[in-house]
Design a protein around this ligand. Structure first.
Ligand SMILES: [Zn+2]
Length: 416
């Protein structure tokens, strides 16, 4: 069986024929000559309709899916058309390629699918290609996906920020968190009011006005935009964010007190206590639990803060917003008397956003909590896998590619 036969079986296009296949001079790649079928007109790349020929350009090489360790190239002499509809001389459009890209569509889809399973570097290595070509492949597939995705109705969204580089470099991510669809809808630069407004520009006012739930953290720019664009929606402060904030405060208190004890030459009781205090007690091993209980006997600021944090967890057991509200008020009052400044800051912030926190209980039956947290963890894994360049564009593509559930370009054959 000849290579041409296989190609005709899996990668055939009307108006073009495979002429012959041969090895390149160095025997490392296979070159397949392609030519237009006699009498078939070239297609204008601007209006996508057949147009009269004008002239020919130099031969171009399109990289195809490699075969048994050989690189495979399709060689084709592009024609130019004199399109009267467009009133210009334009390069023809070929069905296996995408504009100026050097990879065939089939190969780009092939690489992009692997780039979802492996890191981009591993993909490039496995198929003896470059990181840049993997980037191109993912860009092609994601661009198609975003152009062809159907947003439909969106009931619930979650907005979150993610740090992607040192020095306060953040991305804003918006997820759809409906009960039946969870996917990444949008990636934005920074976490400012302007950037988050960009999401609403993309989805349009009509869709935005129908959103029923919005889940976010206490970041003021997000709160402001949500208030402005989704005024009808029930806005929920996410449990995971509140707990994360409290852990951060506790960690600060512990680090400060530990330094103070050391500088005063005291017994370093807080040494190696970080995870004892941050983990939930039920997740500790027996030995750690003993150490924790030992530590709790000391009259330390850290211990008092820890006990306040643990007491707070009860909040999530309530079903009724009214009882949850009463508990929240009691807890905040207690904290305000504690003279532990970082905890007092938390209490102030919780008081300020009291209604949004209680919305968690108003919506609990309808929103599965932890969805945003889960998606955010996946986003972090994706960012690690796309390593090679930490530019915004690269991360944006990688995130849409693995979390966007985007439609893929059609293919003549399942190469992978
Ligand atoms: Zn045209």
């Amino acid at each position: 069986m000849e290579l041409i036969t296989i190609l005709n079986r899996c990668h055939r296009f009307r108006g073009f024929v495979y002429q012959h296949a041969h090895f390149s001079a160095d025997k490392k790649s296979i070159e397949v000559a392609v030519r237009p079928r006699r009498g078939s007109a070239a297609v204008c790349s601007r209006c996508h309709l057949p147009a009269p020929g004008y002239d020919q350009l130099a031969e171009r090489r399109f990289e195809f899916v490699p075969l048994w360790g050989f690189l495979v190239f399709l060689l084709y002499t592009m024609r130019r058309v004199n399109c009267r509809r467009c009133g210009i001389v334009a390069v023809e459009e070929v069905p296996w390629g995408d504009g100026k890209r050097t990879l065939t569509k089939a190969y780009m889809l092939f690489l992009a699918r692997w780039a979802r399973r492996l890191s981009w570097n591993e993909t490039a290595e496995a198929f003896r290609t470059s990181w840049d070509k993997v980037f191109d492949a993912v860009e092609h597939v994601v661009t198609f996906g975003l152009e062809h995705r159907v947003l439909g109705q969106v009931d619930a969204i979650g907005v979150d920020e993610i740090q992607y580089a040192k020095g306060h470099k953040y991305l804003t991510l918006v997820y759809q968190i409906d009960l039946d669809v969870t996917r990444l809808l949008w990636v934005g630069r920074e976490r400012t009011i302007e950037s988050f407004r960009g999401f609403f520009t993309v989805i349009g006012d009509e869709l935005a006005s129908k959103i029923v739930f919005v889940c976010s953290d206490m970041w003021e720019p997000y709160l402001k935009v949500i208030g402005e664009k989704c005024s009808e929606a029930l806005h929920i402060l996410d449990r995971f964010h509140i707990v994360a904030k409290m852990n951060k405060a506790l960690d600060e208190i512990r680090a400060g007190e530990s330094r103070r004890i050391a500088s005063e030459g005291g017994v370093p009781v807080l040494k190696k206590s970080r995870w004892l205090l941050l983990k939930r007690e039920e997740n500790l091993k027996t030995e750690q639990r003993f150490r924790l209980h030992d530590l709790l006997r000391y009259n330390l600021k850290t211990v008092r803060a820890y006990l306040l944090k643990e007491a707070f967890q009860q909040l999530w057991d309530y079903n009724s917003p009214a009882w949850a509200g009463k508990f929240l008020d009691d807890w905040c009052r207690q904290v305000m008397r504690s003279r532990i400044e970082p905890m007092k800051n938390i209490a102030r912030s919780l008081r300020q956003h009291r209604e949004l926190i209680l919305n968690y209980f108003r919506a609990q039956k309808l929103l599965s909590s932890g969805v945003v947290e889960g998606l955010n963890n996946k986003a972090k894994v994706t960012m690690r896998k796309s390593y090679g360049s930490r530019t915004f564009r690269c991360l944006e593509l990688a995130l849409y590619h693995s979390l966007g559930k985007l439609p893929e370009p059609e293919s003549t054959h399942e190469f992978f």
